[in-house]
Design a protein around this ligand. Structure first.
Ligand code: PEP
Ligand code: MG
Length: 591
């Protein structure tokens, strides 16, 4: 076995040693696990039910087609129905479930690979390309199966899949919708070929709290299933088939890392106060209500960003008002009166509700996303606003609006919020009449005009992930330009400074909830620039707090001004590194 290493971009630190678990190349990533004999019958039923559901869905779509719809659409659905009825898809996977005692998703995926291989032998190009239809049909079935998980518990799945080593997930690409599902599994690390540092897939990988690397280019092609690999999330390196000496070295590093993490635990209940007595609020970012457990363990004093769109993913219908109300109320109650900032739906771009419904447009990041989408779908927005208002009766909820660009978007939002309040009042449903409304500053246009936004809002939150993407014209999901994505670009820092200044002038709080907030190398600069509230993934709270405890704010303010005066990125980076070193020694930056 040859040993080799692959380099990518580390998005979550730590070291993991484990067995590579390659996940399917199909659009939907499939996990493989064993089913105990007494549950095989149920698994077969789950498979048959999924086939029936997809059949019914396709027939319904066919039935709803208008008379003047293009004939190809109906033919295309007909082909899919035919494939679904074919024994090779509707019956062969049952044999695989029974013989191999595997889960239904895996069985149909194996069968799909087999059929696709047969199609690839066909000489006729048109017929050969029909394999895409097979893949699409199978993906529909898998999607349904994932919505109806088998009766096995996560623990059973994991222990069945890996008896000896922990598993390391190796994928070419994973959509945020698929990545959120991996939150239920206990993988030791997570690596992908594509993706940028602040892509939503990378953010989710980080929230799994395991070492993660993206932009590895060809890891999925080079690594074989079951191979022993080391993942160094800090250095962004994967070592495949390490020899004994490397393995020993990394085991040592792994122990050291774990020791450092344990040491950090000592400051968990220490207040985040600078040496000169200024308190900095450290909040947590969450994606699903279950994340409140990690928030409580992190020492965060509130939730600065609850990304609600994940409640809308991997499903066919939107969550109704009641389901949303329960999710928001659960989080508010769990936080026992501490601040909970809930962001309204930010669907679009790389966060689609369902990969099947992706509307292709040339520039999704510049398209109908976030508040733009909500304002174009007022009914969907109204349902969420009502749920948020109702939940506000049970805790300290604040509403945050993503992707604001114009004041008119803000005013339309306020109008819809007011209408939702009126309808609740009429129904005598209690809610917080004075619920604070904040806006995300993540488009350069909003940062430049931050004062006007601060004037009409209760608070501002800087979404640096998008602010950097839109300022530097770098797609945050594109690994080809990942090296150009830089939070220290002077223009980015100036936009952040403008937003802080607007908040200070109008007495409105300003926080950062993008990934910059959780990067301990930037903490001193950010607080020196005037930020007093940072919201990040729970796993970053302690390392950021440690920086704060070593900060002399009066000194950092002057140093941050020097950094802000620079116009050349190449000069900013060394100066920020020096600022971190100097402030530890109690020294000013030399001018
Ligand atoms: C951001 O853009 O910085 C942000 C926090 O929002 P998201 O990452 O969900 O786009
Ligand atoms: Mg954003």
């Amino acid at each position: 076995m040859t040993s080799f290493s692959i380099h990518g971009v580390g998005v979550s630190s730590g070291i993991a040693i484990g067995q590579a678990h390659l996940i399917s190349n199909a659009l939907l990533e499939v996990v493989h696990y064993q089913i105990p004999p007494h549950l095989i019958k149920d698994e077969v039923k789950r498979f048959i039910d999924a086939i029936d559901t997809v059949k019914a869905d396709l027939e319904a779509i066919n039935g709803s087609l208008r008379k003047n719809a293009p004939a190809e659409i109906s033919a295309f659905i007909g082909t899919h129905l035919m494939m679904l009825a074919d024994k090779s898809l509707s019956e062969a996977p049952i044999k695989i479930i029974e013989n191999e005692r595997c889960n239904a998703e895996w069985a149909i995926k194996l069968q799909m690979d087999d059929i696709v291989e047969q199609f690839e032998q066909i000489e006729d190009e048109y017929l050969r390309e029909r394999k895409q239809d097979v893949i699409q049909v199978v993906e529909r079935v898998i999607k349904v199966l994932l919505g109806h998980p088998s009766q096995l518990s996560t623990e059973q799945k994991i222990s069945a899949a890996s008896q000896e080593h922990k598993l390391i997930l190796v994928a070419h690409d994973i959509s945020p919708a698929d990545a959120i599902q991996f939150k239920q599994h206990e993988f030791a690390a997570f690596i992908t070929d594509v993706g940028g540092v602040t892509s939503h897939t990378a953010i989710l990988a980080r929230s799994l709290n395991i070492p993660s690397i993206v932009a590895l280019q060809r890891a999925h092609a080079l690594i074989r299933d079951g191979e022993l690999i080391i993942v160094d999330g800090k250095q962004g390196v994967v070592i495949v088939n390490p020899d004994a000496s490397i393995l020993t070295e990394y085991k040592l590093r792994q122990e050291q890392w774990e020791l450092e993490q344990q040491k950090l635990q000592r400051i968990k209940s220490t207040k985040a106060v600078t040496l000169d007595g200024v308190n900095i609020e450290l909040f947590a970012n969450i994606e699903v209500p279950e994340d409140v457990v990690a928030v409580a363990a992190s020492g965060a004093t509130g939730i600065g960003l609850y990304r609600t769109e994940f409640l809308f993913m991997n499903r066919r219908e939107m969550p109704d008002e009641e389901e949303q109300f329960i999710a928001y109320k659960t989080v508010a109650e769990a936080m026992k009166g501490a601040t909970v900032i809930i962001r309204t739906l930010d669907l679009g771009a790389d966060k689609q509700m369902n990969p099947e419904t992706i509307v292709t447009c040339a520039n999704p990041a510049l398209g109908l996303r976030a508040i733009r989408y909500c304002l174009s779908e007022p009914q969907i927005f109204n349902t969420q606003l009502r749920a948020l208002l109702r939940a506000s009766h049970f805790g300290n909820i604040k509403i945050l609006v993503p992707m604001l660009c114009t004041l008119s978007e803000l005013r339309q939002t306020k109008l819809l919020l007011e209408r939702a309040k009126i309808s609740l009042r009429k129904q005598n449903i209690p809610f917080n009449e004075n619920i604070p409304l904040g806006g995300m500053i993540e488009i350069p246009a909003a940062a430049i005009n931050a004062e006007a936004f601060a004037n009409e809002l209760d608070f501002l939150s800087i979404g640096t992930n998008d602010l950097i993407q839109y300022t530097l014209a770098i797609d945050r999901t594109d690994d080809a330009v990942a090296h150009l994505y830089n939070p220290l670009h002077p223009s980015v820092l100036k936009l952040i400074a403008m937003t802080i200044k607007a908040g200070e002038k109008l007495g409105k709080s300003v926080s950062v909830c993008g990934e910059m907030a959780g990067d301990a190398r930037l903490t001193k600069l950010l607080i020196g620039m005037g930020l007093r509230q940072l919201s990040m993934h729970p796993s970053h709270i302690l390392s950021v707090k440690q920086q704060i405890l070593h900060s002399q704010l009066t000194m950092l303010k002057a140093d941050a001004r020097k950094v802000l005066n620079l116009t050349d990125l190449e000069k900013v980076e060394p100066l920020v590194a020096k600022l971190n070193r100097n402030s530890d020694l109690g020294l000013h930056l030399s001018s």
